[in-house]
Design a protein around this ligand. Structure first.
Ligand SMILES: NC(=O)c1ccc[n+]([C@@H]2O[C@H](COP(=O)([O-])OP(=O)(O)OC[C@H]3O[C@@H](n4cnc5c(N)ncnc54)[C@H](OP(=O)(O)O)[C@@H]3O)[C@@H](O)[C@H]2O)c1
Length: 260
């Protein structure tokens, strides 16, 4: 049977654990990480060869067709997309969509048609008139993940905008508690999409199970940030184990998992 018209043509090939190709990104990434007592957390980031995570303040300048296909595959596989407010503001986040040809897979896995977006914020300084809130499907209400010290007016604004408010922690979001609460809402998998300050907090809390790092074939230079911006999660660094490597159009797609 020919592929449906909106099916992307991918020439991704696997380099490790053993070479294979072509591979479909949705199938390649279908082995979601699992964790006890909370949803499994997969972090996805793109960086230049020299480690920059943004060009002119956004990640778009690092991407390309191959990177976008992996990004969409990861979203198609997850229940919740977790994103920091800084990134949601910088990247102009909207509601998640899933390509038509990937919908049957979600249904077969018992997942909602599209993942919910959960924005992590203490300030609640979000634009409630953006499509993230005004354009969300009724079955994929955005979630605002915040803490007890959040401004009361912001909480009212969030609820008025149709968001579900999840409070975890006092001065800042208690990320392990927030993940447990997402699990109680039915999430089995969470795709963290950054940015660097949320990533550092997730790493410090020990709740990253897998890192999907795309190396974009570009040198950027300058003073762009790195994937983690925060205190060292563990003295001497946190060891991770290489799980798989793929390549397409010069982009390298690395997957590392935590060492048990
Ligand atoms: N290359 C990539 O793959 C990639 C991916 C994502 C982002 N980025 C880039 O990263 C940059 C944005 O970075 P950023 O420095 O703004 O960091 P960020 O991690 O995106 O956002 C930080 C903000 O998120 C909220 N936050 C994070 N952790 C929290 C916690 N534990 N409790 C409460 N709130 C928390 C706070 O929001 P409030 O201020 O609202 O309290 C905080 O100010 C952009 O340039 C973006 O393009 C790149």
């Amino acid at each position: 049977m020919p592929p449906p018209p909106d099916a992307p043509v991918s020439a991704m090939r696997r380099l490790l654990p053993e070479p294979a190709g072509p591979v479909d990104p949705v199938e390649a990434y279908a082995d979601l990480p699992v964790a006890a007592g909370r949803p499994g957390v997969r972090l996805n980031m793109v960086a230049s060869i020299d480690g920059a995570i943004a060009v002119d303040g956004r990640s778009g300048g690092l991407g390309g067709g191959a990177d976008r296909r992996v990004y969409l595959a990861l979203r198609a596989l997850t229940d919740v997309v977790l994103v920091a407010a800084g990134t949601a503001r910088a990247e102009g986040y909207g509601p998640a969509t899933v390509a038509e040809h990937l919908a049957p897979g979600r249904a077969a896995r018992g997942q909602a048609p599209v993942p919910r977006i959960a924005v992590v914020t203490r300030s609640l300084s979000l634009d409630w008139d953006t499509r993230l809130f005004t354009g969300a499907r009724a079955d994929a209400r955005p979630i605002v993940v915040t803490c007890a010290s959040a401004p009361a007016q912001g909480l009212r604004d969030a609820e008025r905008a149709g968001a579900e408010v999840l409070v975890a922690g006092d001065a800042e979001v208690d990320l392990p508690a927030a993940l447990v609460a997402l699990g109680e809402r039915g999430a089995r998998s969470v795709l963290a999409e950054g940015g660097p300050r949320l990533n550092a907090a997730l790493a410090a809390a020990g709740v990253i199970d897998e890192i999907c790092m795309t190396v974009s074939p570009r040198l950027v230079g300058g003073d762009a940030g790195r994937s983690l911006n925060g205190p060292e999660p563990r003295p001497g660094g946190t060891p991770m184990r290489l799980w798989a490597v793929y390549e397409e159009e010069g982009f390298l797609f690395m997957r590392h998992r935590t060492v048990a």
